[in-house]
Design a protein around this ligand. Structure first.
Ligand code: 13P
Length: 280
């Protein structure tokens, strides 16, 4: 099946009032786990790759794995580059055949963020590659874990950003952070409602791991169409490895298959909450 980009998949999600899971992956076990979850539940899905994975799984090599396995799927799959801070990485991803990218200049001043995003949109359009960009800043991704409201998405800036950049999806900062939460997150749903009222685009929630089902449902009700998950997949995989540690008869290949199974179960749980089940 041909690959999809965000535009098609998220427009459907927006109409159907559900969210599509964006799952960050860096090995075959994770790719298999996510694609099996999508097939089993008939869910559209986003396979995502990030620069932090380059050392373990170089993009030019791993893209072949992601794209090759994704093409075999019978459900819509987007192959997406997550959190690209540099333009060169984006060009490499387009060259590799990714169908979607995220440009992340969210820690820069608004004019710089707008310029970087516009430049990305201009080139990606030519290749039919969709573009997500972040406004406000979801922290915790290699920077200091902070969660004060000053880094939340500003409503007027969001309106301007969406109009001027031509992006396909907007990632918002409303109180989530990447990684394991140090305290129970309190999401600013009012802010999300205000953004949605002025931005006519699918909205994206980063830092999905550790949120409650109710948080997911409420944010999806208020316009979130894509939820990014990474940490929870890794926790599920590591939990499975620890569970299996005492089994001296377990071969390495069986262990890897069991990790893929754990990732699949974790993803299925999320897909059920996101409402994407049966939407493929
Ligand atoms: P978590 O690791 O908190 O799930 O965040 C994932 C993410 O937002 C990747 O872009």
């Amino acid at each position: 099946m041909p690959l999809y980009n965000l535009k098609t998949v998220l427009e459907e999600a927006r109409k159907g009032r559900y969210a599509v899971g964006n799952f960050d992956v860096f090995n075959v076990e994770m790719v298999k786990g996510i694609l099996d979850a999508a097939e089993e539940t008939r869910s559209p899905v986003i396979l995502a790759y990030g620069e932090a994975f380059e050392e373990l799984a170089p993009m030019e090599c791993f893209a072949q794995v992601m794209i090759g396995m994704a093409r075999k799927a019978t459900v819509p799959v987007v192959v997406h580059l997550d959190h690209a801070v540099g333009y060169e990485l984006i060009l490499r991803a387009v060259h590799c055949g990714f169908t979607s990218v995220m440009i992340d200049s969210s820690d820069k001043a608004l004019p710089v963020n707008i310029a970087a995003t516009k430049k990305t949109v201009e080139v990606c359009r030519v290749f039919g590659v969709s573009v997500e960009s972040e406004l406000g800043h979801v922290s915790g991704l290699g920077d200091l874990y902070e969660n004060d409201e000053s880094i939340y998405t500003d409503v007027r800036e969001a309106e301007r950003f969406a109009k001027e950049t031509g992006i396909d999806a907007l990632a918002v900062a409303i109180g989530t952070v990447h990684g394991v939460y140090k305290e129970t997150p309190r999401l600013n749903i009012e802010r999300l409602k205000e953004i949605r009222a002025v931005v006519d685009l699918p909205l994206v929630l980063h830092g999905g791991s550790g949120l409650s089902p109710e948080d997911f449902r409420e944010t999806i009700r208020q316009g979130i169409c894509k939820v990014n998950i990474f940490t929870d997949l890794t926790l599920a995989a590591m939990h499975r490895i620890r569970e299996d540690a005492g089994d001296a008869g377990l071969s390495y290949i069986k262990q890897c298959a069991r990790i893929a199974e754990a990732v699949k179960e974790e993803a299925i749980g999320k897909m059920r909450i996101f409402g994407s089940v049966g939407k493929a």
